[in-house]
Ligand binder design. Structure first.
Ligand SMILES: Cc1cc2nc3c(=O)[nH]c(=O)nc-3n(C[C@H](O)[C@H](O)[C@H](O)COP(=O)(O)OP(=O)(O)OC[C@H]3O[C@@H](n4cnc5c(N)ncnc54)[C@H](O)[C@@H]3O)c2cc1C
Length: 386
């Protein structure tokens, strides 16, 4: 394949695999700091991916801090205020202000473009695979449209998400999947009055087989995303499972037979290590918990920002303390938020328990506020916030 900038001899400061929020944010930060960055992405952009498309306040703040002003760029974006939980025909509303609904086709393209604007080289339609990591050089095989090339980088960031293939040759990084982990599903359909969530609202229907979120996107279409039990999918199609959950929780009868679904592998997972010599793993690739509403992208953006100073230090010379710092930072920043998310997703696993919570919230509406606000807030300290 033809490589950009052949005069560089195929050697880059930093190669980043995966142009989701984690990879593109890291590319933006590192290129802005003067590093020679190659950002590779397996899909052709713009691409959709499995996601509920709700970016929370933390994510919006981090993007604003990186001069990506989403509401300024796209005035038709739908602002989000609250999430409505629907279970066994009842519902309650929880405040979750400051977020936006945005399709991943749009958001990820804007971010990758911003990284290119500040000097990162972006190759979409290009799959990467780490081949070796020796003598301070990481060798990466790139494959694009049937042709191949080898490039080298002094530091590599693996931000290839839940279904990444970048580290396939290295069994020591094989993800550890949690038992009874649910699978992710999503689709985007033309919206109608039946499925409309209402302005500023995320609707979350909780059923026995899983939960289904829906939100209105920038062009009026509807994003539907779900976390469902693998057993429910064994004998039914995604469309049937989602339809059943919506009927059971919210009394809706929605024809989803024309929808094109994308799915994931089991969601809840972790890695035995978050990197190795000259290698850092970040974003969903580092670990994931079942989503609630709008945490995943914010977590990945935070990680993309926080990895940049460590990657720059690694360019000066590798020291194992850099990986230790990353693992500690990851636990501190993400671990606490993820525990809150796990707690909420446990509630969403039992419709009966969830109905009890909905009843309790009708008496004490602020019961979950501290937990939700903690998940929604961005801590920009130490991230160059003005
Ligand atoms: C059902 C569901 C609903 C969700 N809803 C929300 C929500 O509403 N709000 C929210 O904030 N989060 C949500 N999330 C989580 C969110 O989608 C992820 O946390 C987020 O996309 C992670 O970003 P990332 O950059 O780490 O990885 P990704 O966004 O997955 O990006 C990784 C990229 O790497 C690419 N890639 C993979 N392998 C290679 C390779 N070998 N070489 C090159 N490129 C490669 C992939 O094509 C992909 O584009 C949801 C997740 C699920 C499963």
């Amino acid at each position: 394949m033809e490589l950009p900038f052949p005069e560089r001899g195929g050697l880059w400061d930093v190669l980043i695999a995966g142009a989701g929020p984690a990879g593109s944010m890291a590319a933006l930060e590192l290129a802005q700091a003067g590093c020679e960055v190659l950002l590779i992405e397996r899909s052709r952009f713009p691409r959709q991916k499995v996601c509920g498309c709700c970016l929370n306040l933390a994510g919006v703040s981090i993007l604003g801090n990186a001069r990506v002003d989403l509401p300024g760029l796209f005035p038709r974006l739908q602002g989000l205020d609250a999430v409505v939980i629907e279970v066994q025909g009842r519902s309650t509303s929880l405040r979750l202000p400051g977020g936006y609904a945005i399709s991943r086709g749009l958001l990820d393209s804007v971010l990758a473009e911003r990284a290119s604007d500040v000097g990162a080289v972006f190759l979409d339609g290009t799959q990467g695979r780490l081949m070796s990591n020796r003598d301070g050089r990481c060798r990466v095989k790139l494959t694009s449209g049937g042709s191949e090339a080898i490039v080298e980088a002094r530091v590599v960031l693996c931000a290839d998400g839940l279904q990444g293939t970048f580290l396939k040759r290295f069994p020591e990084f094989e993800p550890i999947i949690a038992s009874q982990s649910r699978l992710g599903l999503s689709t985007i359909i033309e919206s109608d009055s039946v499925t409309q969530p209402g302005p500023g609202l995320i609707r979350m229907a909780v059923g026995r087989a899983g939960y289904v979120g829906r939100v209105r996107l920038e062009e009026g279409s509807l994003a539907i995303a779900a976390a469902v039990d693998s057993r429910a999918l064994a004998g039914s199609s995604p469309c049937q499972v989602v339809r059943k959950i919506l009927a059971e929780a919210a009394g809706l009868d929605v024809d989803l037979s024309q929808a094109k679904w994308q799915g994931t592998q089991p969601l809840t997972r972790s890695r035995p290590a978050l990197g190795g010599r000259n290698l850092f793993i970040l974003g969903d690739a580092a670990g994931y918990a079942e989503p609630f509403t709008g945490e995943g992208m914010a977590w990945s953006l935070i990680q993309g920002k926080r990895i940049a100073p460590l990657a720059r230090e690694a360019l000066e010379g590798w020291n194992p303390s850099l990986l230790k710092s990353w693992e500690e930072d990851y636990r501190r920043i993400i671990g606490r938020r993820r525990s809150a998310c796990r707690l909420l997703s446990l509630t969403l696993r039992s419709p009966t328990f969830c109905r009890g919570v909905v009843a309790a919230l009708s008496v004490a509406p602020n019961l979950l506020n501290p937990l939700l606000m903690g998940m929604n807030r961005a801590d920009l300290k130490g991230m160059g916030a003005p």
